[in-house]
Design a binder for this molecule. Structure first.
Ligand SMILES: [Zn+2]
Ligand SMILES: [Zn+2]
Length: 402
C-alpha cells in the first residue's frame, strides 16, 4: 500500500504535557469532523463545529472567508511577527468502507485525505496557544480553508484578504501522510508538490461504416496516435533532470464494433515541479494534437487550464521547520527529505504570496492496517500523529519569533 511503512519511534518526551493531555480531545474532534464530512465550499457543519470551539475558548475569528473558510487570530503576550497556519477542511466524494464507530454519516462523502485531522490539529494549536499566551511572541493567524480538493479555497481566501490585516509574514501547513510511517516528517526545501494542469479534448472526425474506412476520418485512429505522441512531451521535451507527468485519464469513442467513430473525447492531467514549464506543456499538447489532426483531416477542440501551481517551500522557513522536526522525531531517520510527490495542493497559492513551508507528517501504521493510500475508501491514519502535529506547530511558532 505504501512504499515504506516502518513506524519509527516518536520522542514523546519532546511533546509537552499540555499537548499530550490534548490527545483524547484531538481524537474526539477529528472523529466528529470525520463523521460529518462535507465537500468543498459546503463545509457548513465543519465550520460551525470549528467556530463553536473557537467561541468556547474566546478566540477572535472571522467566518465566511471564501464562503465557508474561517480565520482565527491569537496574539501572544508580546509583540512580534505574524505566522499563518493553514489547515484544510474539505472531504471527498468517496464511499467510506471503514467499519469504525466514527464512519462517515454522509453517504458518498468521506474524509479520505485526512483533512479532518488537519482541522483537528489546527484546533489543537488554537487551544494550546490561547491557554499559553506567555509562551510565544507575535501573532498566529489560523486559516481554516475550504475546498482544497477542488476547485480550491486558497486563492479566493487570498483574494478576500486573508493574508492582510494583520499582514502575515510567513505561513506553514502540514499534510498527514500515509506514504510515510508515523514518527517521521517529510520536510523539503524547494518543490514539494507538483503543479496540476488539466485538459479535455474532443477529436472530430467523420464517422461511417466499419468496412469502408476510406469514406471516413477515424477519430479513434487519430485519438490513439495523440495518446501515444503526448508521451513524447515528457520523454523528449522536458529536461531529463526535471520531472513531469502527462496522463490521459479518459478516452471515449465509438458506439458499435462495426461503426467508425465520429468523435473521441479524452481528458487528462499534467504535473511538473519547475515553474518554467507553466504554459509550455499545454502549448506542446496543443501543437501535437493540431499536427496529428491536420495530417488526418480531423478537427479538434482543446480546453487546457491550470488548477494549482507547484508547492515551493522557502529555504529559510523550511530550515526552521526542519530544525523543529529534528527535535521531535527520532533522528536522523525521522526527517525524510525524499518526500516529493507529483500530487498537487493549493497551499501553493499561499506560498506564491509569502514565504512558507508545507510539510508531511507521517501517519501510516501498517501493524494496525492504517496505511491505505490517500483518497482510498479505506483510508485512515494513526491518530497519534495529531498531538505530534500540534507540538511541531507550537515549536515553529515559538522559534519563528525568536
Ligand atoms: Zn487529497
Ligand atoms: Zn489532502
Amino acid at each position: 500500500m505504501t512504499t515504506s511503512t516502518k513506524t519509527t519511534t516518536i520522542n514523546y518526551q519532546q511533546i509537552r504535557p499540555e499537548i499530550l493531555d490534548l490527545q483524547p480531545q484531538l481524537v474526539e474532534w477529528r472523529r466528529r469532523m470525520h463523521q460529518y464530512p462535507e465537500l468543498g465550499f459546503r463545509e457548513h457543519i465543519t465550520a460551525d463545529f470549528i467556530a463553536h470551539k473557537l467561541n468556547q475558548w474566546g478566540i477572535d475569528h472571522q467566518r465566511g472567508v471564501a464562503q465557508t473558510g474561517i480565520v482565527a487570530i491569537i496574539n501572544g503576550n508580546s509583540e512580534g511577527k505574524v505566522l499563518g497556519i493553514r489547515a484544510d477542511m474539505d472531504a471527498l466524494p468517496v464511499f467510506e468502507l471503514n467499519e469504525v464507530p466514527y464512519k462517515s454519516c454522509h453517504e458518498g462523502v468521506m474524509h479520505a485525505c485526512g483533512h479532518d485531522g488537519h482541522s483537528a490539529i489546527a484546533l489543537g494549536i488554537a487551544h494550546y496557544l490561547v491557554h499559553n499566551k506567555d509562551k510565544f511572541r507575535g501573532t498566529v493567524k489560523i486559516i481554516f480553508q475550504p475546498a482544497e480538493e477542488g476547485p480550491g479555497g486558497a486563492k479566493p481566501m487570498i483574494e478576500e484578504g486573508v493574508l492582510k490585516n494583520p499582514d502575515v509574514d510567513a505561513i506553514i501547513g502540514l499534510h498527514l501522510w500515509n506514504n510515510l510511517p508515523l514518527g517521521t516528517l517529510g520536510v523539503r526545501e524547494g518543490a514539494l508538490m507538483a503543479a496540476v494542469e488539466c485538459f479535455k479534448c474532443q477529436i472530430l472526425g467523420r464517422g461511417g461504416h466499419g468496412a469502408m474506412p476510406d469514406q471516413t476520418i477515424d477519430s479513434i485512429i487519430v485519438g490513439a496516435q495523440i495518446v501515444n505522441a503526448l508521451q513524447t512531451i515528457v520523454s523528449r521535451n522536458i529536461k531529463p533532470t526535471d520531472s513531469a507527468v502527462v496522463t490521459v485519464g479518459t478516452f471515449h469513442g465509438g458506439t458499435a464494433l462495426n461503426v467508425i467513430a465520429d468523435t473521441v473525447n479524452m481528458s487528462g492531467t499534467v504535473r511538473y515541479f519547475n515553474p518554467k514549464y507553466e504554459h509550455y506543456i499545454g502549448e506542446r499538447i496543443d501543437a501535437i494534437i493540431k499536427g496529428i489532426c491536420e495530417s488526418h483531416g480531423a478537427k479538434y477542440d482543446l480546453d487546457y487550464w491550470q488548477l494549482y501551481p507547484p508547492v515551493i517551500n522557502n529555504p529559510q522557513i523550511t530550515k526552521l521547520v526542519k530544525s523543529v522536526a529534528l527535535e521531535v522525531v527520532e533522528t536522523p531517520l525521522g526527517v525524510v527529505p525524499e518526500c516529493q510527490t507529483m500530487g498537487g495542493e493549493d497551499m501553493s497559492f499561499f506560498l506564491q504570496e509569502i514565504p512558507g513551508c508545507y510539510f508531511f507528517l507521517g501517519s501510516a501504521n501498517s501493524d494496525q492496517g492504517l496505511d491505505y493510500p490517500h483518497h482510498h475508501p479505506r483510508f485512515d491514519f494513526d491518530e497519534t500523529a495529531l498531538s505530534l502535529g500540534v507540538e511541531v506547530f507550537a515549536r515553529c511558532i515559538e522559534k519563528f519569533n525568536l
